[in-house]
Unconditional design. Structure first.
Length: 110
């Protein structure tokens, strides 16, 4: 008899879109927004105003990593922060944040 015959595989997928939920968390959690997200957006705005290039992966990826840690801790997600998002999902989140916030910057929201 094999050990996998004693138990069923565990389905640990979350029943919602983690990328969208994490983007909403980053914008709506007051402490995370004030300490991490808003300073990154202001840096993005400064680069846009100066006409310099903003290195989104280098500057936003640490913010995304902090967000996954806070998200898992606040909502007691039964996954480690490193396991919450795949590399492709992190890139998707990075592109989503960058494009939405650059749109807001160009419209004068900041």
């Amino acid at each position: 008899m094999r050990i996998d015959e004693f138990s069923q595989p565990i389905d640990d997928t979350l029943p919602f879109d983690v990328v969208d939920d994490l983007a909403i968390f980053m914008r709506n959690d007051p402490m995370f927004y004030r300490k991490n997200f808003f300073p990154a957006i202001m840096d993005m705005k400064d680069c846009n105003d100066n006409g310099s290039k903003y290195n989104a992966p280098k500057k936003l990826m640490p913010i995304i990593n902090k967000a996954t840690e806070s998200y898992c801790k606040n909502f007691k997600i039964d996954k480690r922060p490193e396991q919450l998002l795949s590399d492709e999902e992190k890139k998707t989140l990075l592109n989503k944040i960058y494009s939405e916030e650059m749109t807001n910057i160009r419209k004068g929201a900041y």
